[in-house]
Design a protein around this ligand. Sequence first.
Ligand SMILES: *[C@@H]1O[C@H](CO)[C@@H](O)[C@H](O)[C@H]1NC(C)=O
Length: 302
Amino acid sequence: MSPTSSQSKPYMALLPCSFLFLLMLCLANAQPSPGYYISAKHSPISFYSGYNTLWGPQHQTVSPDQSSVTIWLDKSSGSGFKSRQPYRNGYFAASIKLQAGYTAGVNTAFYLSNNEAHPGFHDEVDMEFLGTIPGKPYTLQTNVYVMGSGDGRIVGREMRFHLWFDPTVDFHNYAILWNPDEIVYFVDDIPIRQYLRKNDATYPRRPMWAYGTIWDASPWATENGKYKADYRYQPFVSRFTKFLIGGCSAFASPNCQPVPSSPTGYGLSNMQYMAMRWVQQNYLVYNYCTNSTKDHSLTPEC
Ligand SMILES: *[C@@H]1O[C@H](CO)[C@@H](O)[C@H](O)[C@H]1NC(C)=O
């Protein structure tokens, strides 16, 4: 063996090694399959069969075929829509595309609430897209409120995520499943958060309506209020399409069956659970349960 050939050996060995390493990195960061596509179990409905304009009608357009709605925020107003019916459980999804560029302070929300029926002690299940500044990613905030501020304290259960794609480029499916056992948030059918019913005090049980809104949340939305809505960049536009609703309206017969989160019925499948773990390991940026300055006496689920 010549000195040159022996020297080349470690170099030769490094090539396949680094290739394998890169391949493993890629695999580790690839979007996993949830194995079950809950959105495919439902057919898109027309906007007006599920929803009505709630506020800011002049800041909202429905496509002629009623498949899509565009809502926007400018200096004069935001806009919102609300489901025609209250639901006692359900699967609520929409494909949403967000605005690129400077969107700090802007909050695009898709959520369930009964705040109009129970002001001051309402329940709420939120997905909120928190606008951002160029070069920084959107944050998807999920939250669960139970009985609102009924005891004088508002107990938020925020979990915030970044996404594994740019939500301003394409429409993606975002969904809230709320059934008697659990709340599951899905992004493109991947569960990102599961909130189990552990007891009645920490679980929303009264009928809720579904909402979509765009509004100015400058005091807190972007880096805790550091960046505010800047109306030089108005209008701030969010697009919703492929509305899916499953489950039981508040007026449905008692035989109505809630939507299960997985093919097995109760709870997530192993594959869904693995996919959720991938999201939480890679994209979870805030979890209320691990915030040590928070008073956890009212969040025993932590
Ligand atoms: C942690 O909880 C405190 C008290 O509720 C809150 O003021 C603070 O904003 C939370 N931290 C983050 C990063 O959200």
